[in-house]
Design a protein around this ligand. Structure first.
Ligand SMILES: *[C@@H]1O[C@H](CO)[C@@H](O)[C@H](O)[C@H]1NC(C)=O
Ligand SMILES: *[C@@H]1O[C@H](CO)[C@@H](O)[C@H](O)[C@H]1NC(C)=O
Length: 403
């Protein structure tokens, strides 16, 4: 195509009375000089052709500009997509089929909306494009000239086709530009929204805050920065016996209690949190003499509902209360209505009156019955046997993402 155009330009500038300079000088200058130099015949035939040539050149530069603008857009989109990559890659494992279906459906609706809007904008561009009006006028003129000289006409049609092709390319570039601009805006919105939603208690003090993990809906949590440095998400608290912890699997799964007082966050949420990122676990313990001890684990995570919320990992223990959780590792969660412990004759959850990762039954009983005084060897109280067998006054379990 380029070669063809070059040949045509050579043909044009070798016509009598038209110098090469005229063509190079651009559209306006060309027409003035041509008016001076051309005979009547020459004027009628050549001027439209020269206008075409100039028009092709201007389209060419528009084309180049649009292409480079699109390349910039592509780079921006890629970098925004990279920023979103992590959250996107984590967005599917916790979706139910219904939620996935809803998501796909809304994506299709958005796509349709986008297409409709693009078509509208394209129509606008079409209407506004002065170049198109000029082309139509020129097409008319070319048709008038057809009977005068067949050779000229052939060249003109060549040029006309090239011009049309350029025009189509420019239109498609323009529409891609609009599409890209819309996409960039949307991606920027996503990145912003992502930054706005907290995914943990990091950077917050002590109190109730909203967080969101991967694709879960935002939910409220109790954040604590008062008991053991900062940024902990509380998953369980016992302090006055106001809440009943002898509950069914369904209750333990969704969570219960009051975030400002006694509560269990819920196994689903603990699973979402600990499976999305490595978390450390901090267990704060206080006895009825107000003595405080703690146990810390570097890599706390539990399985999903299909795995009965198995205690998958604890990592490395450190602390002052001893490691009473070790025997619970790899045990599934048991409740009064779901017996997943390792004993056949004893139902640990029922006899201890609590939900826990019971083995047979183990050394830690942090969801046990709340006792108002230290009672020894109750087997039902809130206990941590590597420290003492007496029931405890205050317990708080907290988790925090590890960098
Ligand atoms: C943490 O535990 C999970 C198993 O739940 C394991 O896949 C991961 O490698 C562990 N991470 C570290 C740092 O030990
Ligand atoms: C816990 O609740 C179950 C079912 O309601 C009951 O059978 C069990 O005795 C209770 N355990 C305690 C220790 O209160």
């Amino acid at each position: 195509m380029y070669l063809k155009r070059k040949l045509l330009l050579i043909f044009l500038i070798t016509l009598p009375g038209v110098s090469g300079e005229t063509v190079e000088n651009g559209h306006c200058a060309a027409s003035r000089k041509m008016d001076e130099q051309c005979s009547r015949y020459c004027y009628k035939i050549v001027k439209p052709l020269l206008q075409y040539a100039a028009s092709v050149q201007s389209k060419e530069s528009q084309f180049g500009e649009l292409t480079s603008r699109n390349q910039n857009h592509e780079a921006t989109i890629k970098s925004l997509e990279d920023q979103l990559q992590l959250s996107k890659s984590q967005q599917h494992f916790c979706l139910t089929k219904d939620e996935l279906f809803d998501k796909i459906e809304s994506a299709i609706v958005t796509k349709n909306d986008n297409i409709e809007r693009l078509i509208k904008e394209l129509k606008n561009i079409d209407a506004k494009d002065d170049g198109n009006v000029m082309i139509k006028e020129l097409e008319k003129k070319i048709k008038e000239l057809t009977h005068e000289t067949v050779t000229q006409n052939m060249h003109a049609e060549d040029l006309n086709a090239e011009l049309r092709k350029k025009d189509a390319e420019i239109l498609s570039l323009k529409s891609r530009n609009i599409e890209y601009a819309a996409k960039i805006k949307q991606l920027e919105g996503n990145v912003e929204a992502k930054d706005d939603i907290m995914t943990s208690c990091r950077g917050r003090g002590t109190g109730i805050f909203k967080i969101q993990v991967t694709c879960s809906k935002p939910f409220e949590v109790s954040c604590d920065s008062s008991l053991a440095d900062s940024g902990w998400t509380v998953i369980q608290r016992r302090q006055d016996g106001s809440e009943n912890f002898n509950r069914t699997m369904s209750d333990y799964r969704s969570g219960f209690g009051t975030l400002t007082n006694e509560f269990f966050l819920g196994l689903d949420k603990i699973y979402f949190l600990t499976s999305s990122k490595q978390h450390e676990l901090y267990i704060y313990l206080k006895d009825f003499n107000n003595e405080v001890r703690y146990a810390k684990y570097t890599n706390f995570s539990i399985g999903a509902q299909e795995e009965n919320f198995e205690l998958k990992s604890l990592g490395v223990y450190s602390g002052t209360a001893g490691d009473s959780m070790a025997s619970n590792l790899n045990m599934q969660f048991s409740t009064t209505d779901k017996d997943h412990d390792s004993l056949t004759k004893i139902h640990c959850a029922q006899s201890c009156g609590s939900g826990w990762w019971f083995k047979g039954c183990g050394y830690s009983f942090l969801n046990g019955i709340y006792r108002r005084v230290a009672e020894s060897k109750q087997k039902q109280g809130i206990e941590w046997h590597t420290w003492k067998l007496d029931s405890l006054k205050y317990v708080q379990m907290m988790i925090r993402p590890v960098d």
